[in-house]
Write a protein that binds this ligand. Structure first.
Ligand code: PEP
Length: 253
């Protein structure tokens, strides 16, 4: 039996709290009208988490964070810990999004620390990987993604693996309107699964959810979600429009 897909919305640094609540209410209304097997997560700005927890109470929509500190607590001004997220009812957190890698110097190494602190609090990480345009043009994309996977996942024990979600997000497709073709995405997902299987075996590799991200919208979602290795989507821009986001969830099944 196919595992249910996951569609996660990354709102990035968008919406004030009141705008966010209005958008969330539209999404909840839309989800209620859908008959879907798909699991849904929303990662709003940190400032929304507490109110969103209340709004999501009797729904199946899961609360997610966009980032986390790699430290547990202490003198780290401006940071938010996994413990604080857990206290707010956060169930998933995005780690090493390409914007964090590009603008805030995050690396595979810092991602590993973040993933470990999240797992200690039983928050499930969504670990982002993906190559730059120049990597793809030089045909280095498999090499880059392999390193992003092995330096992080190979340091985890096997019982942690099913708690991990990977988001394959080619950087050239994020917020650009360019999407990887369904075949390109599927090919990379298959490769990622093979890299995981090399260390942990086919069975565990099959349990890791691998999402595609990069300009997913209502127009391209069905073709992407139909690919056998694609377990769902991490959606940026289109998750800020309730109708678009609902259409993507519908496309996921
Ligand atoms: C993202 O932020 O993870 C993302 C995929 O953005 P977009 O859908 O806007 O490309």
């Amino acid at each position: 039996m196919n595992k249910p897909k996951l569609v996660a919305g990354n709102w990035k640094m968008n919406t004030t709290l009141s705008e966010g609540i209005a958008l969330l209410e539209s999404i909840i209304k839309g989800v209620k009208l859908l008959k879907t097997n798909t699991k849904i997560a929303i990662a709003p700005p940190f400032t929304h988490l507490s109110e969103f927890r209340k709004a999501l109470k009797n729904t199946d929509v899961c609360l997610a964070a966009q980032n986390v500190s790699d430290k547990l607590q202490g003198a780290f001004t401006g940071e938010i810990s996994a413990l604080m997220l857990k206290d707010l009812g956060v169930k998933k957190a995005i780690v090493a999004h390409s914007e964090r890698r590009q603008y805030f110097g995050e690396t595979n190494e810092s991602a590993l620390f973040k993933i470990k602190t999240l797992l200690k609090q039983d928050i499930h990480p969504i670990y982002c990987v993906g190559e730059l345009l120049e990597d793809r043009e030089r045909e280095r994309h498999f090499e880059v993604v392999e390193e992003q996977i092995t330096t992080v996942l190979y340091q985890l024990t096997e019982e942690k693996l099913p708690k991990l979600t990977i988001a394959y997000e080619p950087v050239w497709a994020i917020g650009t309107g360019k999407t990887a073709t369904p075949e390109q995405a599927n090919e990379m997902h298959e490769f990622i699964r093979a890299v995981i299987a090399k260390r942990f075996g086919e069975d565990l590799a099959g349990q890791v959810m691998i999402l595609y991200g990069g300009s997913v919208n209502s127009g391209n979602a069905s073709a992407l979600m139909a690919q056998p290795q694609i377990d769902g989507a991490l959606v940026g821009g289109a998750s800020l429009k309730a109708e678009e986001f609902i259409a993507i969830i519908k496309a996921a099944g």
